[in-house]
Design a protein around this ligand. Structure first.
Ligand code: PEP
Ligand code: MN
Length: 267
């Protein structure tokens, strides 16, 4: 796909287990906001895998705005993620918050996530880069594209160029949505970098009903993948229930985004 007069950077394809991102096919990562218990995690993994997601997401360490909110189960959740992903035939993406946990997270994850609140944490970027694992680098919620790419440079500087950029919405004056999804960033990044770019329609909207339309729009804008929160019972989720899709809603959405992807191939 290319726009008239626009020269796109050569694409970088990153292998994730038996899948890849940045090439022909869309890579979808899905799972709960946070790991709550093993049974729920396995049920979610099997359901999203069945619908076509190849990477299981789930937070073991949660970067919560309030210290009194659930902070995540920690290390035991990393093992649960491993087991659930293996059972479902998936890879794992999970967030690391602290340089002291990088090694443990790297041992248990196929992709290490650096969250929005840590995009400027240069010590963490360097440590994560040195593991050699693919890194999912979320955009800081108040960061410009230049700042975001400078954060990616910290990872590059360690010799690791397996970086996936994730647009997860930015802070604006608008309060009707949790954040404002900047889809122009997706198309612009594809012009100026060869790195895979994905979109998080869950944290960018904060609202279940907006996840499907923004996912379709993201794929139409050229996103290489999506990361979506899915929970079997969002009404009792420990974290981010209002923006989590039910497995059946996710399955319908997967069919739709594949159709959008096919359509734009001919543009
Ligand atoms: C997450 O993906 O679990 C998360 C906390 O997202 P963000 O860093 O974008 O807020
Ligand atoms: Mn969440």
């Amino acid at each position: 796909m290319s726009e008239p007069g626009v020269k796109h950077a050569p694409r970088r394809v990153i292998n994730i287990g038996s899948a890849s991102i940045g090439g022909e096919s869309l890579l979808v990562m899905a799972g709960p906001c946070t790991v709550e218990d093993e049974e729920m995690l396995i049920a979610t993994a099997l359901a999203v895998r069945q619908a076509g997601a190849l990477v299981l997401r789930g937070g073991a360490f949660k970067p919560r705005t309030s210290p009194s909110s659930y902070q995540g189960m920690g290390r035991p959740a990393l093992e649960m993620l491993q087991r659930a992903a293996k059972l479902a035939g998936m890879s794992v993406v999970t967030e690391v918050l602290d340089t002291r946990e990088v090694e443990t997270v790297a041992e248990n994850a196929d992709i290490i996530q650096v969250g929005s609140r840590n995009m400027h944490n240069t010590a963490l970027l360097k440590e994560v880069g040195r593991t050699g694992r693919p890194v999912l680098l979320k955009r800081g919620m108040s960061s410009t594209l230049a700042e975001w790419l400078a954060a990616a440079e910290y990872i590059f500087a360690t010799g690791n160029d397996d970086i996936i950029l994730c647009e997860r919405g930015i802070r604006t004056f608008e309060t009707a949505t949790r954040n404002t999804l900047d889809l122009s960033a997706v198309s612009l990044l594809r012009e100026i970098t060869g790195l895979p770019v994905i979109v998080d329609p869950s944290h960018s909207t904060g609202k279940r009903s907006l996840v499907a339309p923004m996912s379709r729009a993201a794929v139409a804008a050229g996103a290489d993948g999506l990361i979506i929160e899915v929970h079997p019972q969002p009404e009792i989720a420990l974290c981010d229930g209002p923006q989590s899709l039910r497995p059946e809603e996710f399955a319908i959405l997967m069919g739709q985004v594949q159709r959008v992807r096919e359509t734009i191939k001919s543009f």
